[in-house]
Design a protein around this ligand. Structure first.
Ligand code: GUN
Ligand code: ZN
Length: 483
């Protein structure tokens, strides 16, 4: 049997993949628009026009409404929503987390999802919020795992089954939950209870949750970031290995008169111009949208257009191998996102394991780029260079080189490497000439290591221009440093 998820392209820990479901194959990363069965802002049958390949709805809401339940049981979920592509159904866990109690068991809701013909079903997991006492996070995780195992025993090939990872903000519990449920072979792994983190802009902790959960999962399984619908954070989440998102945001934000962009959100009443070229924004002025009777419908449509625009840009970036450049750009739109970027690069050692060995030219986009996995990979491989005799390290901008046994080049943030590699990835990087302290520091660290690894060689370091860094003091002890 061919596997349910096939990865076709990779960049950082992100990937483009194909997810096979009973109602067809979708290309990931993708967003599933959330369909509220009671209140359809945009009809499911229209969703493909925006770029949606797959939808998500709530089986608990369907099961609680006589009219919806009866139609779903009689004609099936796809007929109820009038959509013939893949549909994922949530279980009512979210209602459980909001209202504390719901009138359905895990067994009943799994059976219901199977009967109505869902493509991906979700057990009744417990979304444990952030910051709860560890004992609560542990015991709710145990209950979640029991319910997941029960659900697994009830589902065969009729639908795919999701195994949500819980564990609150305890990274060790997230990893343990992920590795425990992995033994039971779910088809999709949603990372649960992250909505409160996103609502309070705790993106750095979101990075911790994603990475710790991913560490417990097999890297080849599809991962869904539950409740993530703002395009500003898609690139970051994709780079960490998330494949599926779901967006209620397009409709919820629209109801609050909010206009989504990939760099953040505007209140429509504060907009004098519409900074977007979707069909809504090119056919209306900001004033027209504000005054329109169907303002929230117009905003929902715009919000959905920009959501899928970002997904296409992310996929293109993965193919080109410049996803991290996109992440760095997106993470500069809010200080909390910048914190998330820094947190992400604190995991560069982990990302490096998945990042392709060769891709498009590395673009230095700011001090954080010095911590990129490609730079770390170079540090790990310094042992591979053996240098004997005399060696001159010249700045990468210096065209001529003095006589020596080894012509070496110094290029921040990487450091020192044989000059003949200067046009080879990653040393062909586009970097800034006036290097910053972070980049220079990383390059000097790597240079010092290289010199220490080759104690018999005789090194001369040509500065080329005024450079200041505390590490020069150390360098001067092991090499002849010239201006
Ligand atoms: N929707 C948002 N978060 C969650 C979660 O943790 N579990 C489920 N089942 N649905 C969600
Ligand atoms: Zn628009």
């Amino acid at each position: 049997m061919s596997s349910i998820f096939e990865i076709t392209h990779k960049d950082a820990a992100g990937r483009i993949g194909k997810l096979r479901t009973p109602h067809g194959t979708v290309e990931t990363p993708t967003v599933m628009p959330v369909i509220n069965p009671n209140l359809q802002v945009i009809k499911p049958s229209e969703m493909r026009d925006f770029g949606a390949q797959m939808l998500i709805t709530n089986s608990y809401i369907i099961s609680r409404r006589d009219k919806l339940r009866e139609k779903a049981l009689k004609d099936g979920l796809h007929s109820l929503l009038d959509f013939d592509g893949p549909i994922m159904t949530d279980s009512g866990s979210f209602q459980l987390s909001v209202y504390g109690d719901i009138e359905v068991t895990n067994e009943q809701i799994i059976e219901f999802q199977k009967t109505i013909g869902s493509d991906v079903g979700v057990p009744l997991d417990i979304p444990t919020p952030p910051d709860v006492p560890r004992s609560r996070a542990e015991s709710e995780m145990e209950t979640t795992i029991e319910r997941l195992i029960e659900a697994r025993s009830m589902v065969n090939d009729e639908m795919l089954l999701a195994g949500p990872v819980q564990g609150s903000t305890y990274t060790d519990l997230r990893e343990k939950c992920a590795s425990t449920i992995s033994e039971h072979k779910f088809d999709v792994y949603p990372l649960g209870a992250v909505v409160p983190l996103m609502e309070s802009y705790r993106y750095a902790e979101l990075v911790d949750v994603i990475v710790s959960s991913k560490k417990g999962l097999d890297p080849t399984v599809p991962v869904h970031l539950f409740g993530a619908g703002h395009p500003m954070m898609f690139a970051l989440a994709v780079a960490l290995g998330c494949d599926l998102f779901d967006s209620a945001a397009y409709a919820l934000y629209a109801k609050d008169r909010r206009y989504i962009t990939s760099k953040g959100t505007y209140h429509i009443d504060n907009l004098s111009y519409l900074p977007c070229s979707c069909p809504i924004c090119v056919s209306h002025t900001a004033e027209e949208v504000k005054k329109a009777d169907n303002c929230s419908d117009l905003l929902a449509r715009h919000n959905l257009y920009v959501t899928f625009e970002e997904i296409r840009l992310i996929k293109q970036s993965i193919k080109e191998g410049n996803l991290l450049e996109l992440v760095e750009m997106r993470c500069r739109s809010h200080p909390r996102m910048l914190e998330a970027l820094k947190r992400m690069y604190s995991y560069s050692d982990w990302i490096e394991k998945y990042d392709p060995a060769s891709k498009s030219t590395f673009f230095y986009c700011g001090p954080e780029s010095s911590q990129r996995p490609e730079v770390l990979r170079f540090s790990k491989r310094l042992e591979r260079f053996t240098i004997k005799g005399t060696a001159v390290i010249r700045p990468f901008s210096m065209r001529t080189y003095p006589e020596s046994d080894n012509d070496l080049m110094f290029k921040p943030p990487f450091g020192t490497f044989p000059a003949e590699l200067s046009e080879v990835y990653p040393f062909n990087a586009e970097v800034i000439e006036d290097t910053d302290i972070e980049s220079l520091g990383k390059a000097l660290e790597n240079t010092i290591r290289l010199i220490e690894l080759n104690p018999d060689a005789e090194f001369t370091f040509i500065k080329g221009k005024e450079l200041e860094h505390p590490l020069f003091e150390k360098l001067e002890k092991i090499a002849d440093v010239k201006e």
